[in-house]
Ligand binder design. Structure first.
Ligand SMILES: Nc1ncnc2c1ncn2[C@@H]1O[C@H](COP(=O)(O)OP(=O)(O)O)[C@@H](O)[C@H]1O
Ligand SMILES: [Mg+2]
Length: 241
């Protein structure tokens, strides 16, 4: 039995790019275990979002594989990945601004194979009371933090067992950053695995079971979140001394 059999997500040997002969990812590997929180950090342009796009089926890799619970899902369509229990929150434009909070959430329930969307909606309003207060407001009128909460809740509507988050704290006020990280912690504590990319590297690694440092499209470091935070090389090169 290979070690990938019980993993939730396994990425192996992924090479990918947007133009022929211009690789952005040059052989990336990553594993996510059920219930785990894993953060990917690394400089701007390292290929973090590109890796997320490969996982979500938004970009087909040139070589390498993406497996979900051992099944090869490389280059499947995004909706097929979502249908297999992977929720995704993109870095930008992750809500429909002209639709109400409630309508955004209802759209999120579309991939829900079993379970009751109305009940799911009630659960989301319990987890995010702020959204309940604003349920009839267009999403475009929400603050940055509220919008990000809506994007999280929308992804959760489909009852995923892993959430993939691309820079969930980007552009938020310090108070909103606290709130978003608190919610991400609660979501993970409820048993949902989290794979996130974060610029707020110390904070994200500090709350993650494990982390990966990606640089120049390659794996540079990986380990327990706390160990990476204490690794002098990681600190010097990636966490700003
Ligand atoms: N849609 C795209 N078309 C062409 N190049 C892209 C595209 N998206 C990203 N890139 C390039 O790929 C590299 C990695 O980008 P990205 O994966 O967004 O890095 P990160 O998320 O780590 O900041 C960068 O050089 C970026 O300019
Ligand atoms: Mg990015």
């Amino acid at each position: 039995m290979s070690e990938t059999d019980s993993s939730l997500l396994t990425i192996e040997g992924v090479r990918a790019g947007y133009f022929p002969d211009v690789p952005i990812l040059e052989g990336v590997a990553l594993t996510l275990w059920p219930g785990e929180m894993v953060t990917i950090v690394g400089p701007n342009g390292a290929g973090k979002s590109t890796l997320i796009r490969v996982v979500m089926g938004l970009l087909a890799p040139w070589t390498g594989t993406v497996r979900l619970r051992g099944d090869d899902v490389t280059a499947r369509k995004p909706h097929q990945i979502v249908a297999r229990g992977v929720g995704y929150v993109a870095q930008r434009d992750n809500v429909f601004a002209n639709m109400s909070v409630e309508e955004n959430l209802e759209l999120g329930a579309l991939p829900l194979r079993s379970g009751d969307p109305a009940r799911r909606l009630a659960e989301m309003f319990e987890l995010f009371p702020r959204l309940d207060e604003r349920r009839r407001q267009p999403a475009g009128t929400l603050s940055g933090g509220e919008r990000q909460m809506l994007a999280l809740a929308r992804a959760l509507m489909a009852a995923p067992d892993v959430l993939v988050l691309d820079e969930p704290s980007a552009g938020l006020s310090p108070i909103a950053v606290d709130l978003i990280f608190e919610k991400i912690g609660e979501i993970n504590a409820s048993g949902i695995a989290i794979l996130m990319v974060e610029q707020n590297a110390r904070r994200a690694l500090g709350m993650s079971h494990r982390g990966y440092v990606l640089d120049g499209g390659r794996n540079r470091f990986e380990g327990a979140g706390q160990d990476l935070l204490r690794d002098p090389k990681v600190v010097e090169l990636y966490l700003g001394g």
